[in-house]
Design a protein around this ligand. Sequence first.
Ligand code: CMC
Length: 429
Amino acid sequence: MPQSVELKLNGTMIELPVIEGTEHEMALDISKLRAKTKFITLDPGYVNTGSCKSAITFIDGDKGILRYRGIPIEQLAESSTFVEVAYLLIHGELPRPKQLTGFSQRLTWASMIHEDMKTFFSGYPAGAHPMAILSSMMGSLSAYYSGDDDYKNPKQMDLVIARAIAKIRTIAAFSFNKSRGLPFVYPEADLPYCANLLNMFFHKPTRPYHIDPEAVRLMNQLLILHADHEQNCSTSTVRLVGSSEANLYAAISAGICALWGRLHGGANQAVIEMLQRIHKDGGGVQKYIDMAKDKNSDFRLMGFGHRVYKNFDPRATIIKKACRRYLEHVGADDDPLLNIAIKLEDAALADDYFAERKLYPNVDFYSGIIYRAMKIPTNMFTVMFAIGRTPGWIAHWKEMIEAPEFRIGRPRQIYTGPVERDYVPISER
Ligand code: CMC
């Protein structure tokens, strides 16, 4: 591969260095292009733009490959835990036993939120979307832990990381408890992360929650599958907000907002709502396949398609298998929404429109059916995604602020508005 390529612009030859990643992805370094030529590059939606170098996650969208720090997602989902994967993403290596114990302990110690914050939950209207609560409560952590921002101090870095991962779960659980008019359930010191999460969601003083190992295993799997996905919309948001040196809680709060949209993490809620709509409509899928193909309709098949995967989404393959296993385990394998999802997937995969555009089920297509079987309500699905994605957001933020080339993110634009003109006083308009 050449070290650089030449670009001829206005009669001048410019040399653009070639950058090659460890998996042989190629890029042209255009960082000096404007300084040398006054040209910028234009790429709406960043379809073709690399915003950074990163050693965290590798995706080959044509082959359906996803690896965290080099380790295939299939192996992690099968054998690891969410906490171990969080450590791997953030620190670059699987933890040794002592490191894992230390990390888990920090998560336990950091899992409470300030007691005063509990009063916030009463300020939201009944029916408030839990993503609205989650984003504002995460941002509010900056008010309570404002001294956490000496990120060059490794101890402070460890503490702020533990606080973010541990407290997002507590906030999510408290907002769930509150939405059902139930008392807050505190984290237990001797429960691992996912068992604790389920307990905080479902334990009632009058009806103790029996921790089902199968549900714990599945929760670990789901959070692992959501833990990182390189430069997606919310992670890029976390990087951009963090690049102004805003604190980590503020950056994560912004990431939660970016995740909320139905084209990104909000798709898991949108999938179930779509399947419910089809169910109400008699269960026939062809009408909805036709609507998704119709350019005059704004209906899209939610849970289908991906900017990067043009073959299959390996997370969807794992989730589909896990979904069947768990539904059988809890005796919910006759869920009509599961049958509609399978019919919809089969019909879409057999249709030229979807084949030509390489549209396959993504991570969100089956995850909602599992959450439903776990008795997690639809409007909490994207919150679950956010809990899972938090270690990925942190890993990217940390990688960015520690990189030698760290600087504020600031894209350029091509201005297309009016050229200079005079102000007209209101009496003359
Ligand atoms: N249903 C019907 N048509 C679709 C769909 C869909 N779900 N997705 C893409 N297309 C069509 C689109 O209309 C376009 O057709 P044409 O070339 O004729 O104009 C073509 O496929 C390319 O689509 P695009 O919108 O240019 O692709 P994109 O890379 O900008 O968008 C996407 C990717 C995921 C936003 C999109 O596929 C989509 O809206 N999917 C549904 C929402 C969804 O499931 N999102 C979750 C993504 S995975 C998890 C995550 O990132 O959080």
